[in-house]
Design a binder for this molecule. Structure first.
Ligand SMILES: [Zn+2]
Length: 104
């Protein structure tokens, strides 16, 4: 699942993690992304802060695909029912946005 770190003021994409294997470092932490930009958004100059749990958004289509994968795993008798239920309840409470986003 793609992950995009965006500035909470102007929406500038601070870092885009398109897929696993994109780099040998993997998905950077919010603190690493903030450090990459010297603590300020390069577009608007806002001081960047670590995101809260409420500022993280997950795309409904992506989440739906995750649930479909988990349902397939369930049909194959993989013990993932708890995860599937958690994701289903998560989807019902989401607003559709872009990719998974963490707003700094
Ligand atoms: Zn900005």
């Amino acid at each position: 699942m793609p992950v995009v770190y965006r500035c909470s003021r102007c929406g500038f994409p601070l870092y885009v993690f398109a897929r696993v294997g994109q780099s040998s470092y993997g998905l950077p932490t919010p603190s690493e992304v903030i450090y990459m930009h010297g603590g300020r958004c390069p577009r608007c100059g806002k001081e960047l802060k670590r995101p809260t749990i409420r500022s993280i958004r997950i795309d409904v289509d992506v989440a739906s695909r995750v649930v479909q994968l988990l349902q397939t795993a369930r049909r194959l008798h993989a013990p993932l029912t708890g995860v599937e239920l958690h994701l289903s309840s998560l989807i019902s409470g989401l607003r559709g946005t872009g990719e998974a986003e963490a707003v700094a």
